[in-house]
Design a protein around this ligand. Structure first.
Ligand code: ASP
Ligand code: MG
Length: 419
């Protein structure tokens, strides 16, 4: 039997009527001849409520019990989905993570998959069951405790099952009808993409297009799982939504496929640091130890390089990080200064920046993308504070108040509204 994985996110199973709507989509695929593994999230809002209860009960909670509580949201939807399917005469059985078993590491609340043995679910399919409904977001550790995968983790569960069971496709049903060239709330010209490469999706996902958990895309890329994002609130068929797939499956791609952004950035400059080996590591070592997610890094040209006579050569170092990590970053740098790991004259913190990026695999083989991007920003009078590039992405930090304007300008400049 060909097999499909269908994943329903929180809003798609928010109440009994929506569970029924989702079950009807499952039934349709069964009627088309598929065995189906359904991965469910908790009803929308449920996981937040459970996390809140844990924190109220025990602020410094035991992570094992956090997982025990928080995983329960998915158990409820899995059982209800199986019951709903049974009421529609579709033979279905629910599975909690430990029953499969979904073996994970013991890193509670951020566990990783070890393996997913197929035997138990395959045996049920062999008995005549058509659907296995699996609770997403959870697994079981070698110690036999319930684990969870981190917020948004049921996307990753879905991809892991698609890989383990050689599914024809992994369909992610959600409250949007696909992946767009940018956020339609920011540019009314945003266009739904028919296909997008894994690499591009990774850049878009980690840059703030919150549709798929980043890890799910990484996993899909590693195992070449064809992922489709589509709406559970519309009538859908084989061509609905956006297919996230390998580059080779995309015949013709534009140079730039999307404009991503992230509003909550901050820029920190260490003004006047010594210019000698070990200084960068004296800065970024303590930041790493403090768990700061450093993104862009820029070091100025050294004075030595243009002024040989200069006695005590100095430079400046600038980096960006999420705005809510600024207090921790500041503390880590001040402590590093006190410990003699780094010496700076001043710490300049700019909390009013946003990051805007253009992303596209076509950039690998096309020149002039950066020039076009900078031109578009300059025409609108937007000043660029930091630039960083990778093979398929160019990012800039700009004043946050110009973020929406920048996204629109870039969307226009690269004509992303056109297919
Ligand atoms: N229910 C979990 C969460 O809200 C997992 C998921 O839905 O992906 O993060
Ligand atoms: Mg999600």
């Amino acid at each position: 039997m060909p097999l499909l994985v269908m994943k329903f996110g929180g809003t798609s199973v928010a109440d009994l009527a929506r569970i029924k709507n989702a079950a009807e989509k499952v039934k349709k695929e069964v009627e088309r001849g598929y065995d189906v593994i359904v991965i469910v999230s908790a009803m929308s809002g449920k996981t937040n409520e459970l996390v809140g209860w844990v924190e109220q009960t025990s602020p410094l909670f035991d992570a094992r019990e956090y997982d025990a509580v928080v995983a329960s949201g998915e158990n409820v939807t899995a059982g209800l989905m199986a019951l709903t399917l049974q009421e529609m005469d579709v033979p279905a059985r629910s599975w909690q993570g430990w029953q499969v078993p979904i073996n994970t590491t013991s890193a509670h609340s951020s566990a990783r998959f070890m393996d997913i043995p197929r035997a138990n679910i395959d045996a049920k399919f062999a008995e005549g069951f058509k659907v296995a409904v699996v609770a997403g977001f959870q697994g079981v550790s070698a110690e036999g405790r319930v684990t969870t995968l981190g917020r948004g983790g049921s996307d990753t569960t879905a991809v892991a099952f698609a890989a383990a069971f050689d599914a024809e496709r992994c369909d992610i049903y959600t409250d949007v009808d696909g992946i767009y060239t940018t956020d339609p709330r920011i540019s009314s010209k945003a266009r739904k993409l028919e296909k997008i490469a894994f690499e591009e999706m990774l850049e878009l996902a980690s840059l703030g297009a919150k549709v798929l958990q980043t890890r799910s895309v990484e996993l899909a890329m590693r195992y070449n799982v064809r992922l489709r994002v589509l709406s559970s609130f519309e009538d859908t068929d084989e061509n609905s939504g956006t297919l996230v797939c390998a580059e080779d499956d995309i015949m013709e791609s534009k140079v730039v496929s999307g404009v991503a952004f992230s509003r909550d950035e901050a820029k920190i400059t260490l003004f006047t640091i010594e210019d000698r080996p070990g200084v960068a590591s004296g800065i970024f070592g303590p930041l790493a130890d403090a768990g700061i997610n450093v993104d862009m890094i820029v070091q100025n040209i050294s004075e030595k390089d243009y002024d040989e006579a200069h006695p005590g050569a100095v430079t400046d170092m600038t980096f960006s990080c999420p705005i809510n990590q600024v207090p921790r970053a500041k503390k880590a740098l001040e402590e590093a200064q006190a410990a003699g790991l780094v010496k700076y004259d001043e710490l300049i913190i700019d909390e009013d920046v946003a990051k805007v990026s253009v992303v596209g695999i076509g950039m690998r083989s096309h020149a002039g993308v950066a020039a076009k991007m900078f031109k578009a920003l300059s025409v609108d009078g937007i000043n660029i504070k930091v630039i960083a590039t990778s093979e398929i992405k160019i990012s800039v930090l700009i004043d946050r108040r110009y973020m929406e304007l920048a996204v629109q300008a870039l969307h226009d400049a690269f004509e992303l509204e056109k297919a």
